[in-house]
Write a protein that binds this ligand. Structure first.
Ligand SMILES: [Zn+2]
Length: 91
């Protein structure tokens, strides 16, 4: 099955990496021939998945650390506790 250059529309042999007419790169190498799933798609999906997983892990950890840090701060510095208590009293 022949392919067409995405830039100039020149017909090139299947599997050609670069268009012989204009030298532009043909579609990225396909991972899965049947679905046409490319490495670019794979990395895009991976990046999104990694971001979601990182957010799912980091957000509770950050909240936990924040709570622990505040608790530690109040426990270690009674002055801070009184200041925070005073602020709460004002508000
Ligand atoms: Zn071309």
């Amino acid at each position: 099955m022949p392919e067409f250059c995405p830039k100039c529309g020149n017909m090139v042999a299947d599997g050609t990496e670069r268009c012989p007419a204009c030298g532009s790169r043909m579609r990225p190498r396909v991972m899965d021939e049947e679905s046409g799933f490319t490495w670019v798609d794979f990395f895009n999906y991976s990046a999104v998945t990694i971001l979601i997983i990182l957010a799912a892990i980091l957000i509770p950890v950050a909240i936990g650390l924040l709570c622990f840090g505040l608790y530690w701060l109040l426990a270690a510095f009674p002055l801070a506790a009184s200041v925070l208590g005073g602020l709460r009293g004002i508000a």
